[in-house]
Design a protein. Structure first.
Lengths: 442, 428
């Protein structure tokens, strides 16, 4: 299969954009659509990645009006390779959310508008489902690619931490943030990934390593991770395992200690980092500007910080609490220990085979069903996506079944720097799987 | 009496600590040396200036510190308009140098820590508004934290003098801008005087504070644990009326940076410099120019000096000065070792060259006719050089270099003859 990115002559693009805008009215995939003519292969970009001259809001009111004067390294590399950015995709504010609802105009599921998209890369998943031959540049901290990919029926690949530069990414939690991809065919994703991967002198935590594609023939199911999964999803997952077994994979069952602490450990580390990364938003250099200069500094500052949404405020407050001197050993240091223990345990298994699991423990919920659930309940939805994210392992969610017209995704994980094995797996899977999408825009 | 200091000094690097903006040059226009990194724009990431790390290791060595093998950074979170990210990148447990000391005539002042950190922006307070200049944002600093081992004003003065001398040979001039937090306790409670600028003010602030606390003790009054600031105009310290709670900066690991291996750095030169600097620092018998230009910033000479015994050290410096004054640059280690055994105190150039065994090469300079002939030859071979001639700086300095090398004349002499030859050739 050859890659089939859309690209347009002058007139074609205008028509395409008007069709896209029409669809966007309903689904809110984009925070910004660029109407200037594009000559290259078109891609979309999550709104927390800087594209020179386009607004970058991370779906936050506090960044309203901010237009970066520089490109993220991924954008720099993709533009050089002949890609054009058509717009910035919707997301949970600063990446804080699993459902896509923490955005003023939240995105809606392309299969049914009453359903959630998943988050935080909500708009990237919708744009990918919507546009023919599309790839969207997304980002995951704790599951922000797998969750929406699974709920919107597209492929979502999260690379090893560090193999793609974070320069130009508006930080959520620096030690966890990973730029990745959503797409609907292996060739498209591979092309974009090959052009973006590799060390960057502007990002200290980026790595120049050769990415391998060692293919294991074992698939590990982590039994103690499956306990919280919906019973019907478990059945569908069993069917998937049977199919893969028929393709020659050996299915193994195992357990991993400490997994039950991965979600708390993830939230402790991510909130701690997020509360410092959000300290820069003070309302006077860019984005939202406080205009009342009669205020003293504290008042001025508070009237800017009011612009944060509820979840952002919650994470800043919790993160600040976790960092306080008397507390930090009780939470933060333990969370780091859990992270290291899990890396070692997962690494051991991943040397032998892929780990496979459903991407989400529930079917796609309706917006009305999850709008008012408690934060802790919402955080627990990340139980399957958090372990690979916390440990920086490359992973991929791919659609494998349609239940009453809605897609279900499964997630496979491989060892650090073996990212291309995920694409090889997908290639194999695509050979006899038929993706379903609603009408595509082209 | 217990006095402890937190001294902030700016490091002599060309660029800032985490970006490539100039740190000290071309600063006249406010907010001209800025970029996404030092403005703290969303998406920008810091990248450590390796030179700043090398210098910090060198300073730590000169202060007899243990060097942390894998040094790392933290975020110190507080809100102030001069702090563009809402946190300052600094060091704490992973500081580059720890547990050092400075000896003052038998008294040892322990150094708790040498940490690398970024300077905040500069705030300029006007009558009813303030301006921020981010040119200073991200300038590399070392904060040197002492233990409270200083026990008198005299000792404080001596310590600062010693520190001035040690840092001077690391390329740091504390006379330019020194910011100090001063902790003084005469009784139980500790008083901190924050942000004292300059050496003179530091001594004055300490002197005032010692008098103030002594008076309170004599009156039988209690000394409050508080933060004070020094007012230069009235020469007194006044209470800052800050809430006296434990400061809470929510320190956390800086995840945009990594661990830096100080054992794999190319700091050989820096470490050698600190060894030699220490040797030089305690004596006032060397010329400043010699120390800076011929020794500390000259790798070859540094290496040669470290191979000498203490007794030979002074003679080594004189020898380096002789080589320089006679215009001899290409001497080898053997040459150096041979000459150090000679009596060179009042030697003439001819005799020096004879002892060195290099008379032919460094003979008296050629006469002007011969030089002119050579230049004409050079210009005939390369017509381009003649064409670019004296108006092109690059071509000119290329020619000057050639002539200097071949005929042992000064740059000015070379330039004069070249100009003369070109003019005559163009007129013909």
């Amino acid at each position: 299969m050859t890659s089939s990115f859309l690209s347009f002559e002058d007139k074609g693009y205008k028509d395409f954009i008007s069709r896209l805008k029409q669809e966007n009215e309903k689904l809110n995939a984009f925070n910004f659509i660029d109407e200037n003519d594009k000559s290259g292969k078109i891609i979309s970009v999550k709104d927390n990645i800087c594209v020179k001259g386009m607004p970058a809001t991370a779906s936050s009111k506090i960044l309203q009006g901010y237009i970066p004067g520089f490109n993220a390294t991924v954008i720099e590399r993709l533009e050089k390779a002949g890609f054009s950015v058509i717009g910035k995709t919707n997301m949970d504010e600063f990446g804080f959310g699993s459902f896509g609802l923490n955005s003023e105009h939240y995105a809606r599921n392309p299969f049914n508008e009453e359903y959630i998209t998943g988050g935080s890369s909500s708009g990237s998943a919708v744009a990918t489902a919507l546009i023919k031959g599309h790839v969207s540049i997304a980002e995951s901290t704790g599951g922000s690619i797998s969750a929406p990919a699974s709920f919107c029926g597209v492929v979502g690949l999260t690379p090893t931490y560090g193999v793609i530069s974070r320069y130009g990414l508006i930080d959520y939690a620096s030690s966890l943030d990973k730029i990745g991809f959503m797409g609907k065919s292996v060739d498209n994703i591979r092309e974009v990934m090959e052009k973006t991967i590799g060390g960057d002198p502007k990002d200290t935590t980026s790595l120049s390593v050769t990415i391998s594609n060692k293919k294991p023939n074992k698939l590990y199911v982590i039994d103690n991770l499956m306990t919280g999964v919906n019973e019907v999803i478990k059945d569908r997952f069993e069917d998937l395992l049977a199919k893969l077994s028929a393709k020659g994979y050996k299915i193994e069952h195992t357990k991993i200690d400490y997994l039950e602490y991965s979600v708390p450990a993830y939230y402790i580390i991510s909130m701690s980092e997020a509360s410092t990364n959000l300290a820069k938003y003070q309302g006077f250099k860019y984005g939202f500007k406080v205009k009342d200069f009669s205020l003293n500094y504290n008042e001025f500052f508070m009237s800017a910080r009011k612009q944060f949404g509820k979840e952002a405020k919650r994470r800043v407050i919790l993160g600040t609490f976790i960092r306080s001197k008397s507390i930090t050993q009780r939470y933060y240091e333990k969370a780091l220990a859990i992270r290291h223990a899990l890396i070692a345990r997962m690494d051991k298994i991943l040397k032998e085979g892929f780990i496979i699991m459903p991407s989400m423990p529930i079917f796609t919920p309706k917006i009305s069903e999850v709008k008012d659930i408690s934060p802790v309940e919402a955080y627990s939805m990340d139980m399957l996506t958090v372990p690979p994210n916390l440990c920086g392992f490359p992973h991929m969610s791919f659609p494998y079944f349609y239940e009453k017209g809605m897609p279900i995704g499964a997630q496979i994980i491989t060892n650090h720097f073996n990212d291309y094995s995920l694409l090889d797996f997908l290639s194999e899977w695509e050979s006899d799987f038929k993706y379903k999408f609603k009408e595509e825009i082209s | 009496m217990k006095i402890g200091l937190e001294v902030h000094v700016a490091l002599p690097t060309k660029t800032k600590l985490f970006c490539s903006d100039l740190a000290y040059e071309n600063q006249e226009e406010p907010n001209s040396n800025v970029c996404p990194v030092c403005l703290g724009l969303p998406g920008a990431k810091p990248v450590l200036n390796k030179k700043a790390l090398e210098i910090s290791v060198s300073i730590s060595k000169a202060l007899n510190c243990e060097i942390t093998e894998k040094t790392w950074f933290v975020r110190k979170v507080y809100f102030y308009p001069d702090l563009p990210k809402g946190y300052q990148i600094t060091q704490l447990d992973g500081a580059v140098g720890i547990k050092g000391y400075v000896d003052l005539n038998g008294k040892r002042i322990r150094i708790r820590r040498v940490q690398i950190e970024e300077d905040p922006a500069r705030i300029i307070h006007e009558k009813d508004y303030s301006l921020i200049d981010f040119n200073r944002s991200g300038v590399p600093l070392n904060e040197i934290v002492t233990e409270p081992d200083i026990t008198s004003l005299e000792e404080l003065k001596n310590f600062i003098e010693e520190l001035r001398s040690i840092l001077y040979y690391q390329g740091v001039n504390i006379n330019q801008e020194l910011k100090t937090d001063l902790n003084i306790s005469l009784a139980e409670n500790r008083v901190e005087i924050k942000n004292v600028t300059g050496v003179r003010n530091l001594i004055a602030a300490a002197e005032y504070e010692i008098k103030r606390q002594t008076a309170l003790i004599n009156e039988g009054k209690k000394i409050n644990k508080e933060t004070r600031s020094y007012k230069e105009d009235s020469n007194e310290t006044v209470s800052s009326r800050e809430k006296e709670t434990e400061e809470e900066y929510g320190f956390t690991f800086e995840p945009d940076l990594t661990f830096y291996d100080t054992t794999k750095l190319e700091i050989q030169k820096a470490i050698i410099a600190s060894v030699v600097a220490k040797e030089l620092a305690y004596k006032n018998e060397y010329r400043e120019k010699t120390i800076r230009e011929l020794i500390l910033f000259n790798k070859k000479n540094l290496l040669l000096l470290t191979s000498l015994s203490k007794e030979e050290f002074k003679k080594g410096v004189s020898l380096i000065e002789k080589f320089a004054s006679f215009g001899i640059e290409d001497y080898s280690e053997e040459d150096f070792k041979k000459m150090i055994k000679q009596d060179i105190s009042s030697i003439e150039k001819g005799e020096f060259l004879r002892l060195l065994g290099k008379t032919s090469k460094y003979e008296e300079k050629a006469d002007e006719k011969e030089i002119e002939k050579g230049i004409i030859e050079m210009l005939s071979q390369d017509k381009n050089l003649l064409k670019r001639g004296i108006t092109d700086g690059k071509a000119m300095s290329f020619m000057i270099g050639k002539v200097k090398e071949k005929y042992h004349v000064t740059g000015k002499e070379a330039a004069d003859i070249i100009k003369k030859v070109i003019k005559s050739m163009l007129n013909n």
